[in-house]
Write a protein of this length. Structure first.
Length: 224
């Protein structure tokens, strides 16, 4: 018997149509099981990366896209940005493990309606998806606190001398290994400095860090 046959037509029409996007099959399975078991939702599709998410969103017109951020191929932030540019009416609710400035700010700026962490209780996640479908913003407590702290901060946190040295070499095209060799530090230390740079500049990759540093005058074209 078709499961929809037991649900009155009016209730089926009120269902939130959900597209799940995550590169981990186990996570997708868990989310699908959670929402499929609730008559208020209909899981219309699943995607393992941003490119697949864009194609499915165009074909399936979901109400809400539950979006991971760090995925191989096209990442979540890029997918959110392109989804917004495509004119899609789907709301995007980020569901990820990460709550750093380098992850949160680009996702919100790209057009995400909400941002939750994967350790959110089931009931909170269900409520958040319903709220996102209504166009309401939903943020996990840690993310909300981070954003409020950033808004209240009197000045931007400056880059340290070492962080600026790392970023300067990156701007010149040096790899992490080459940067480590030039500065006589380990590659792991270079990566740590870059993560701090990303967080301070509100970006999530090397290219964006360099571009933002030039925009803010932290790096000068042709300079050291």
């Amino acid at each position: 018997m078709n499961a929809d046959a037991a649900v009155p037509p009016d209730e089926r029409a009120d269902r939130v149509r959900l597209l799940i996007v995550d590169d981990h099959p186990v996570v997708r399975d868990g989310l699908r099981g959670m929402f499929t078991g609730d008559p208020g939702f209909e899981v219309v599709g699943e995607a393992g990366d941003g490119s697949e998410a864009l194609a499915l969103a165009a074909a399936l017109t979901p109400d809400v896209v539950l979006m991971d951020l760090r995925m191989p191929g096209m990442d979540g932030v890029t997918a959110i940005r392109r989804l917004a540019r495509s004119g899609s009416t789907a709301r995007v609710l980020v569901l990820t493990t990460y709550d750093t400035d380098a992850d949160v700010l680009p996702a919100i700026e790209a057009g995400a309606t909400g941002y939750l962490l994967k350790d959110a209780p089931r009931d909170d996640l269900v409520r958040a998806v319903r709220a996102a479908a209504r166009g309401e913003s939903v943020l996990s407590p840690s993310v909300a606190g981070r954003l409020m702290g950033r808004l209240r901060a009197p000045t931007e946190e400056p880059l340290s001398q070492r962080e600026l040295e790392v970023l300067t070499l990156v701007a010149r095209g040096s790899s992490n290994r080459e940067t480590a060799a030039r500065l006589f530090i380990s590659e792991a230390t270079v990566k740590t400095h870059l993560l701090h740079v990303y967080a301070k500049l509100g970006v999530n990759d090397r290219a964006a860090a360099v571009a933002t540093a030039y925009d803010r005058g932290l790096l000068v074209p042709g300079g050291r």
